[in-house]
Design a protein around this ligand. Structure first.
Ligand code: NOJ
Length: 532
């Protein structure tokens, strides 16, 4: 029965990058009152849960992923009063609100770290990971920072190095210290007590590092010129076996509250990703599945990935799919605008909770960032490798007015040059727009038990460019046929006709013959079929 499923299983998640969603006070940076002002839109769109990237006080070295106070609201974004209003309004509209928890590291300006670095004897010294220089005087080992260079920073005052898996301004907390765990668990309680519906937990698989601080071995597949981080196999810095015990305890805390969701941000191969559901579904409810972002966009590849993912899911584990986020190039840039419609159809018809990224519903593109406007710490640390994340973080395009209706002041990142054509107001009026398609897909998913909770079965394909599958629940049976190519393709399956419920391209409507279905370029179809 559909009622047996929880909201985070039936529902869809929409990620808001608060800096870029809506600016209410004219300083060029999005804020909580801005989000509040756009709640009608989010409700109209039809998403079920909003996930906000970090909104806590932060020096913004990594735009909020460097937290200076886990229990506050960054003044740039507003006040706790604004947050409370947003939470109430979200719930009033029947939606859920998820926050971002960043437990692996704090800002170097967090009071905990300020104390920790004050002296070797400070009671909080061991809250972070401090090590002596190596015998030759350099960093303690060869570990690398994701954002470039060594993961160790020397501290003159106390003569030791501290670990930072990310930016120098993001010292890693020491999760082997039970006081750290207790302090972060208190933070989780603080927000869950307020009524927050769950957390997306930042790099949850990084929390524990090798106890012996062994060097990471070289990566034999590394090609010089690539991101230096990939020159090593990161076997001692993340995905350590001991991390699971921590996640289990974290999950137990979530389970003290009704229907809260714990999502883990984990970039690992599927086999290892699955271990984060826990051996008994006692870890993350949803270990984020990034395959639609990471894999080449080919029907045969994606079909095989879905099959393998479904096959590996542990009993009772609920699937999920992510199409975009603030760390990766936008889907419309990766696959093109026409194919992005197919991607949206795929995301919203696969089995499992879908997560979409603000602006992808408009087919927003990455925006080229002139050198002098680069803001992202990753691009600044590793310039020229195409790793900058500013392009996918540009302001939401609301209408055709100045600054796309995002802000009255100068936006913190440039607005897309094509915003006059691709924006909420224009696309709301255009029945053929991506936005209208996205909204229809969301509405269909909500109203269709087959799509929201039904079974999944892939079908043999007449073309390597076509991915087709069935979703079924009770007497509802939907056939999804997706043409991943920019050319016409043919799909054929048995006989009979089927009713087109929704199509990504105009011209596909009414009833089609399944024996020989000619698919337009970039066509995706949702068909209602009878028993076969
Ligand atoms: C993952 C986040 O998504 C990313 O934006 C951030 O830079 C790192 N974690 C570090 O917190």
């Amino acid at each position: 029965m559909e009622e047996d499923y929880l909201w985070w299983q039936r529902g869809t998640i929409y990620q808001i990058y608060p800096r870029s969603f809506m600016d209410a006070n004219g300083d060029g940076v999005g804020d909580l009152p801005g989000i509040l002002a756009r709640m009608d839109y989010l409700q109209w769109l039809g998403v079920d849960a909003l996930w906000l990237s970090p909104i806590y006080p932060s020096p913004m070295a990594d735009f909020g992923y460097d937290v200076a106070d886990y229990r506050g609201i960054e003044p740039l974004f507003g006040t706790m009063g604004d947050f409370d209003r947003l939470l109430t309004d979200t719930h009033r509209r029947g939606m859920k609100l998820l926050l971002d928890l960043v437990p692996n590291h704090t800002s170097d300006l967090h009071p905990w770290f300020i104390e920790s670095r004050a002296s070797r004897e400070n009671p909080r010294r061991d809250w972070y990971i401090w090590r002596e220089p190596s015998p030759s005087g350099g960093p303690p080992n060869n570990w690398l920072s994701v954002f470039g260079g060594s993961a160790w920073q020397y501290d003159e005052e106390t003569g030791q190095y501290y670990l930072h898996s990310f930016a120098v301004q993001q010292p890693d907390l020491n999760w082997r210290n039970p006081q750290v765990e207790a302090a972060v668990f208190d933070v989780i309680r603080f927000w869950l007590d307020k009524g927050v519906d769950g957390f997306r937990v930042d790099v949850i698989y990084y929390l524990i590092k090798d106890e012996l601080f062994r060097d990471n071995p070289p990566n034999p597949d590394y090609k010089p010129g690539e991101d230096q981080y990939n020159s090593q196999r990161q076997i001692y810095t993340y995905n350590r076996p001991e991390v699971h015990a921590i996640i289990r305890r974290m999950r137990a805390l979530f389970d003290e509250y009704a229907e809260r969701v714990m999502i883990g941000e984990i970039y690992l191969p599927v086999a290892e990703l699955m271990s984060y559901y826990g051996t008994n579904n006692d870890e993350a409810h949803l270990p984020f599945n990034f395959q639609l972002i990471l894999l080449p966009w080919r029907a045969s590849v994606i079909r095989e990935a879905v099959r393998a993912y479904e096959a590996r899911l542990p009993a009772g584990g609920w699937p999920n799919w992510v199409l975009g986020n603030h760390d990766n190039h936008r889907i419309a840039t990766r696959v093109g605008r026409a194919q992005a419609r197919v991607a949206a159809m795929l995301l919203l018809t696969l089995r499992g909770t879908p997560t979409s990224y603000y602006g992808d519903e408009l087919a927003m593109l990455d925006v080229e960032i002139p050198l002098e406007m680069v803001r992202d710490v990753q691009e600044l640390g590793k310039p020229g490798l195409g790793l900058g994340r500013d392009p996918e973080r540009t302001p939401m395009q609301w209408d055709g007015s100045a600054n796309a209706g995002f802000a009255t002041g100068r936006p913190w990142l440039p607005i897309s040059p094509d915003y006059a054509l691709y924006n909420v107001a224009t696309e709301q009026e255009d029945p053929a727009s991506m936005l209208r398609l996205f909204r229809q897909l969301l509405a269909l998913r909500r109203s269709s038990p087959a799509l929201s909770t039904g079974s999944y079965m892939d079908l043999p394909s007449s073309s390597p460019d076509v991915f087709s599958f069935l979703r079924e629940q009770d007497d509802e049976r939907l056939l999804i046929v997706l043409n991943f190519s920019h050319e016409a393709r043919v799909f054929s399956m048995g006989g009979g006709s089927a009713e087109v419920v929704l199509a990504t391209v105009p011209g596909h409507g009414g009833f089609v013959e399944l024996a020989l279905l000619e698919l337009a370029p970039d066509a995706g179809l949702i068909l209602r079929v009878g028993q076969m």
